[in-house]
Design a protein around this ligand. Structure first.
Ligand code: IMP
Length: 441
């Protein structure tokens, strides 16, 4: 049974939630490996819409086991809210949800530091979600972080909290002129959270290995996207975790030798939330039209997303960095009404044409997009079951994108619901999960 990583190929919000939801019936386990409640994975099941932040979207499928791996940072209050809201809607968590003992906690001082640090950065602000994700990873790397397992040991938790409060209060007061915290005001709610979460906290790396040994199939669910990766993204305008496929191994404890394939998810255009370079960004009326038609507002913060044309340079880079075997293309329908569609095929930089994504911050900032224009199809694509059902000009657009990115598409999504999904012939997805097509008919 194959173990596959699903990873965002752009700046997040590619529609990974829907793709994971389509594949989940064919696997036994879904594991999140990085990020925190900065993510917002939207899944529409029938008439019901779910937005998941920390829990893998696999939880919406009865019997699917879901793991929050050690690479994730967890805000326990927000996780419990998410759990309660799922239980209210009839989702069973007991026996289906497992949380790593080694996952780090987002503490109340982390969002405070996140917001205070952003305010100080001025024009170089990252535009974070303000959830404290970056500062929680700072503590993890600085070896002062508090882990899920610590929450279960009151004495140890208090000891670590006291050390942190001393240090963080100095930072908050003296550097940022911001609100400080007391040990007691954090201790009591966090010990209450411990009582709630204890039954779900376990050695998930061991559990996953045992499941794999017994023949289970695992889907690794990435959050955010390649261009927000702490190493490979548009640093410093990134999130603080390894969003790319390599993170799947370190963020779960499953060795890379047990990963069989990587599926990238990309929108038929591009979006980005927050600050930072975005070479194929649209401006004016076109951006507004795409934002309105694609409902491009952050699932976590409600912020309007910046919109741009499909950037083949970014995609080729994402294919290379992640080792993508195939790409699921989402939201094709958002382009249905356009007379022409543009594709960015390279960047012009100081008289040169770059076809590989540049790593230097200043080059990316100055890079001007080189576009190829294709004729729009001006016809609906929603409801198509096969690529051959699509308008000829839409097929031409897809063919050109495939040619530019160098790997085949496996799914084309033309709407929010599961039914609006085309499974592409001969793609690696059908090799991994031959019954995907039948399950969508
Ligand atoms: P942080 O992850 O909250 O620290 O934010 C860092 C950057 O990543 C900001 O530009 C955010 O807008 C972006 N970001 C974080 N999570 C997501 C996501 O789930 N989708 C899209 N962008 C995100």
């Amino acid at each position: 049974m194959p173990n596959i990583v699903v990873v965002g190929a752009q700046w997040g919000d590619e529609g990974k939630g829907k793709v994971v939801d389509v594949i989940t019936p064919h696997v036994n386990v879904v594991a999140r490996y990085q990020g925190g409640n900065n993510a917002g994975h939207t899944v529409v099941v029938g008439r019901e819409k779910y937005v998941l932040h920390s829990i893998p979207s696999g939880i919406l499928h009865a019997g699917c086991r879901c793991v929050i791996g050690c690479g994730v940072v967890i805000d326990p209050g927000s996780l419990i809210d998410e759990m309660e809201s799922l239980v209210r809607r009839g989702v069973t968590l007991d026996g289906n949800l497992f949380i790593s003992r080694n996952a780090h906690l987002i503490m109340p001082y982390h969002p405070a530091l996140d917001l205070a640090s952003e305010a100080k950065l001025g024009a170089r602000a990252i535009g974070t979600t303000g959830k404290g994700v970056g500062p929680a990873y700072v503590d993890k790397a600085a070896r002062v972080g508090i882990r899920m397992a610590d929450l279960l040991d009151e004495r140890l938790f208090r000891e670590k909290l006291e050390i942190n409060i001393q240090q963080k209060n100095r930072l908050l007061r003296d550097i940022y002129d911001a609100q400080t915290f007391t040990v007691e005001e954090i201790l009591s709610p966090y010990l209450r959270y411990a009582g709630w979460l204890a039954p779900y906290i376990t050695d998930t790396a061991l559990l996953l290995t045992k499941w794999l040994d017994s023949g289970y199939s695992l889907l690794f669910e990435g959050a955010q996207g390649t261009m927000l990766d702490v190493d490979h993204g548009t640093y410093p305008y990134i999130t603080s975790s390894s969003t790319t496929s390599g993170g799947a191994a370190t963020g779960t404890g499953v060795p890379p030798t047990r990963i069989d394939g990587v599926l990238g998810v990309a929108k038929a255009y591009t979006t980005r939330v927050g600050g930072g370079p975005f070479p194929s960004e649209m401006k004016g009326a076109m951006e507004e039209a795409i934002r309105a038609r694609g409902n491009e507002y952050g699932a976590t913060t409600g912020r309007p997303r910046r919109c741009g044309w499909f950037d083949a340079v970014v995609l080729r880079y994402a294919v290379r960095i992640n080792g993508m075997d195939t790409v699921a293309l989402t939201k094709l329908d958002v382009l249905d009404q356009l007379e022409t569609v543009k594709v960015c095929t390279g960047y012009r930089y100081r008289g040169e044409i770059l076809t590989e994504f540049p790593e230097e911050e200043t080059v990316v900032k100055e890079a001007e997009p080189v576009y190829e224009e294709l004729s729009g199809w001006m016809a609906p694509t929603g409801g198509a079951k096969n690529e051959s059902d699509l308008p000829a000009k839409a097929r031409r657009y897809l063919d050109r994108l495939e040619e530019l990115i160098g790997v085949p598409f496996c799914l084309i999504s033309t709407g929010a619901v599961r039914d609006d999904t085309i499974v592409c012939e001969g793609s690696p997805l059908l090799r991994w999960f031959p019954s995907v097509r039948a399950s969508l008919l």
